[in-house]
Ligand binder design. Structure first.
Ligand code: FA5
Length: 343
């Protein structure tokens, strides 16, 4: 009986000691199995108790029960303590968790070609002192046509098939040129601006025409501005954009808002003797341009006795197609991942 009593005390002490060196819920569970399990140290005392006299059983039975209660209580306290600690640790590790962080094997996104090209263009023209202007895509007939020297009965209206809205004299802008007038009205010369933006035309689509596409306009107004300023600007821009030394040439062109109007071609950046991009001509038609018509300067409130200016309008979509060798314009506004992830 004496040995069993000592054993009970030893078990209690060794259990307490064991708990002190436990730092995880897994370790605690293995201690529970060792001491409190069905075949654990405490359960193993029972067969010894059964061999004792009734009197000794009366004394030692309650001692074993107490041992069980005390060990269970200590076990539960430790469990709670470890559980709280593990929650705190979890919280601490989530604190600096960055949901935007890179996760391996995830497809990476990239900027759309329109954004990339627009950023390139803005950077090239900013380096020449140009600022960027914006204007509404739902425009009035006045800004889109009349102020640009295209009155209602003018045949040039047919050059740009128009989406009219149900509001009177209101349309989806057919080009970025209306922003020329808006800028003239809001700012005073000298002016140097570019206007990248989306435009709309009521046209059937094919591989090189869309009903919505992007253009970018440029406009300079100052004293003594001439066509040679513009041609030099176009050459510098095209050479920087295509990263190649190029020749440019000017041909007569007609746009009611410029006089004289010209079209500028560049030598093909991809070949010397003719290729499919330049249709074997060695030249690529690039941009409509000219000196701003005095009627247009007047519509914008500019004094034509003091100032002259030039303007140009690129098909940004076309520029991108040429630079990146894209054969179908419609790909540019599809969500075709295989196409988009090439750029
Ligand atoms: C204009 O829109 C004039 N506003 C450009 C301009 C500005 C001239 C300033 C002079 C001074 P045009 O209609 O040619 O011009 O269009 C300009 C460019 O837009 C074209 O060279 C072509 O590259 C592009 N473009 C025209 N229609 C479409 C279309 N349906 N789909 C894709 N690109 C088009």
């Amino acid at each position: 009986m004496k040995t069993l009593k000592t054993e009970i005390q030893t078990i209690q002490e060794s259990f307490k000691k064991a708990l002190e060196s436990v730092y995880s819920l897994d370790e605690l569970e293995s201690i529970r199995v060792t001491y409190l399990g069905r075949k654990g140290t405490i359960a193993n005392l029972m067969p010894h108790l059964a061999q004792l006299s009734l009197e000794d059983k009366r004394e030692l039975g309650p001692l074993i029960n107490e041992l069980k209660m005390v060990t269970e209580k200590l076990f539960n306290e430790k469990k709670e303590d470890l559980f709280d600690k593990s929650l705190e640790e979890q919280e601490a590790s989530f604190k600096d968790f960055d949901v935007t962080a890179y996760k391996p094997n995830q497809p990476e996104g990239s900027l759309h070609l329109y954004t990339q090209a627009t950023q390139d263009i803005i950077s090239i023209f900013s380096s020449m002192g140009y600022s960027v202007e914006d204007g509404p895509e739902v425009e009035t007939e006045f800004y889109n046509f009349e102020a640009l020297n295209i009155p209602g009965d003018h045949p040039a209206r047919d050059m740009q098939d128009t989406f009219w809205t149900t509001l009177p004299n209101t349309l989806l802008r057919t080009h970025t040129s209306p922003v020329q007038i808006r800028t003239m009205q809001q700012q005073t010369p000298p002016l140097k601006v570019i206007v990248p933006g989306r435009v709309y035309r009521h046209e059937a689509t094919d591989a090189s025409h869309d009903f919505q596409f992007h253009q970018f306009e440029g406009m300079v107004i100052d004293k003594d501005i001439s066509l040679s300023h513009m041609i030099a600007t176009m050459k510098h821009f095209l050479e920087t954009f295509f990263k190649k030394e190029l020749k440019v040439r000017a041909r007569p062109g007609y746009f009611p808002f410029v006089e004289p109007g010209i079209e500028i071609d560049m030598s093909c950046p991809f070949c010397k003797d003719g290729c499919s991009t330049c249709k074997k001509t060695k030249w690529i038609e690039m941009v409509g341009a000219g000196l701003i018509h005095p009627h247009v300067l007047t519509s914008g409130g500019i004094d034509t006795k003091i100032y002259t200016g030039f303007a140009f309008g690129f098909g940004l979509t076309r520029l991108i197609m040429i630079k990146y060798g894209i054969s179908d314009i419609r790909l540019l506004h599809t969500a075709h991942v295989e196409f988009l992830k090439q750029f």
